[in-house]
Design a protein around this ligand. Sequence first.
Ligand code: HPA
Length: 274
Amino acid sequence: MQSQTHDTKALGYLKQKGIESAQVGLVLGSGLGDLADEIHDPIRVPYEAIPNFPTSTVEGHAGQLVYGQLGGQTVLALQGRFHYYEGYGLEEVTYPIRLFKDLGVQTVILTNAAGGVNEAFQPGDLMVITDHLNLTGANPLIGPNHPHGPRFVDMSQTYSKKGQALLHEIAQEMDLTLQEGVYTWLTGPTYETPAEIRAVRALGGDAVGMSTVPEAIVARHAGLEVVGISCITNLAAGMQAQLDHQEVMEVSQRVKPRFKQLIQTFLTRWDCEV
Ligand code: HPA
């Protein structure tokens, strides 16, 4: 039940570990978790040690919270996220976002691996998320309203305009191709069919994936600024011969250095207060 404002047990445990507040929350997608290794003075807490925290099962997801300094900001990174397709309820999937809010986080950076639907995209491209399509029919806010925010949430500007502009500015300086577009959430765990991908394209989706949207919804409900970045690991179904998780992991490994530099530079210039 979404009734408690604060999870006092989890917050108490984290406080005891030296984690009382942070400015930026980072959710690291498939193959992108290594960014948390760049965090200075890290305090690492395995998910299973945190009271009420769900635990991650998927290969390539480490399953720990990493707290410390990155790009001059106090960050809290999720190395491994919870997916709806693993069987978690959306309240569990988005639990870390609620915790971020309770720890004073003002900005969340949501990252993921995604299939490219836009025909101009190449595997290995990074894409700034400008908006999303939720094609699952599920919504993490269904149920009693959580005290973090209003019953009916305005989603007119889900992904921070300022954040998007800053990412583009940095990418230009890095000479990095940075795509932008609409991220489409489908539940998985199957990859999509070619017909589904044609439908997504007709509906205005540029990329497709199995995460991020529930976290973005809860973050907006809680009044957080949201920045979203997809790593386009493959062309979506029907646009290339076949899809497999191995390729997703290999491409995200290859993109990781650029991804890390982009995020770290972003943090050095991001003003949480604005
Ligand atoms: N579809 C859904 N999720 C994904 C894909 C894809 O093609 N690639 C990486 N995650």
